[in-house]
Design a protein around this ligand. Structure first.
Ligand code: AMP
Length: 360
């Protein structure tokens, strides 16, 4: 089969790397002909909403998926009218607006942080009065990796905050004093079969994922998180991988956001689970049986942002696996990651500390 992927970033590249052993071939749509996917497939040059590029993709593959969340739902629907398209465009659209996403979570009984819509400076002041401060103001659309959001601690911070964020529709969220951040990745096949990887613990710095450890071993939280992700998978008759990021507060989960795709917090599954998130996404969209999501040890992942450590230094860490996405270095850009998998959690943590010391 030929698989089309809208977006040729590192996620698309890792999807292709997982699909080649299964005999699949890959074609991408991306504006950048040097994007990470170019190393492992053909690039059709064009924006994610380019009708010409998307039509060319649909004409040259058997099934289409995406590695970016900002493909407009209408563009996804146009592709889906021509060729099977997974995950469903409706799920893609649901994750694009933080306010709709929160309403969706609540409608499915999935707890969230307190929130209020903000469409003006006046609405911001009223929202801050009702939710209290500190709080985080986020644009409803197109925010990622901490972009499009600002923390408001004092009444003085409210001044001009709506305009400073671009004067676009926004949402105010109460600041959650979380004990930790966890994510759960689930997958649903064409036949409706589901599987979930163990919870992963994530550390973000300036809104960007820095480190992941998995499994986070808590049977109660795992069951809660699986129930929430299952509700979303069923709501959309979903096919493929779906990720939900949670705050863990005093032993309970609050959903922060969903990503209708493979996720950075699941990179550990390449070496640390029987079947990776990438392979299971490929299996799901092809209607193949899903593979086991069991962890094979204690895994840790470090993101390399802005600069890659020397290959030899990273590989000198016992058990380290290095992933260089082939991108040009730029501050704040995710350039690669390393994963370690060990039999004991303490050994994994020591290796992670070592890897962190190699990266900024
Ligand atoms: P997001 O873009 O919503 O995933 O936010 C990026 C990161 O910012 C999260 O992973 C948290 O570390 C932090 N963050 C976002 N929203 C909140 C919140 N309401 N309370 C506390 N921390 C938050």
């Amino acid at each position: 089969m030929r698989i089309g992927i809208i977006g040729a970033g590192q996620l698309g590249r890792m999807l292709a790397l997982a699909g080649y052993p299964l005999g699949q071939r890959f074609v991408f749509v991306d504006v950048d002909e040097d994007a990470p996917g170019a190393q492992v497939g053909r690039i059709i040059r064009g924006r994610f909403d380019s009708p010409a590029a998307l039509a060319a993709l649909a004409a040259s593959v058997d099934v289409v998926t995406f590695d970016v969340e900002n493909v407009p739902q209408s563009a996804a629907q146009a592709v889906a009218a021509k060729v099977p398209f997974y995950p469903p465009p409706e799920a893609l659209g649901a994750g694009q607006d933080r306010l709709d996403e929160k309403h969706l979570f609540r409608s499915l009984g999935i707890p969230t942080a307190p929130f209020a819509p903000v469409d003006s400076q006046q609405a911001l002041v009223e929202a801050a009065e009702s939710l209290g401060l500190p709080a985080i103001l986020k644009t409803r659309r197109l925010g990622y990796d901490g972009r499009g959001q600002v923390r408001l601690d004092t009444l003085g911070d409210l001044h001009d905050a709506f305009a400073a964020l671009g004067g676009v529709p926004a949402i105010l969220e109460g600041l959650v004093r979380f004990d930790r951040e966890l994510s759960l990745i689930g997958v649903r096949g064409l036949d409706g079969a589901t599987a979930f990887w163990p919870l992963a613990e994530n550390v973000h710095v300036n809104g960007m994922l820095r480190q992941t450890r998995a499994p986070w071993d808590d049977a109660g939280l795992q069951a809660d998180a699986e129930r929430h992700v299952l509700a979303l998978l069923e709501r959309f008759d979903y096919v493929g991988v779906l990720t939900v990021e949670f705050f863990c507060v005093e032993g309970a989960l609050l959903a922060n956001e969903m990503a209708p795709r493979v996720h950075n917090s699941g990179h550990w599954t390449i070496e640390g689970a029987v079947t990776s998130q990438f392979e299971n996404h490929v299996r799901a969209i092809l209607g193949l049986p899903l593979g086991s999501t069991k962890a094979t040890g204690h895994a840790g992942m470090v993101n390399f942002i802005g600069q890659l450590p020397p290959l030899a230094d990273a590989l000198a860490v016992e058990g380290a696996h290095y992933h260089d996405y082939g991108k040009t270095a730029r501050p704040g850009r995710k350039l690669g990651h390393c994963t370690v998998v060990r039999d004991k959690a303490v050994e994994r943590d020591a290796a992670l500390t070592h890897l962190m010391s190699l990266s900024r």
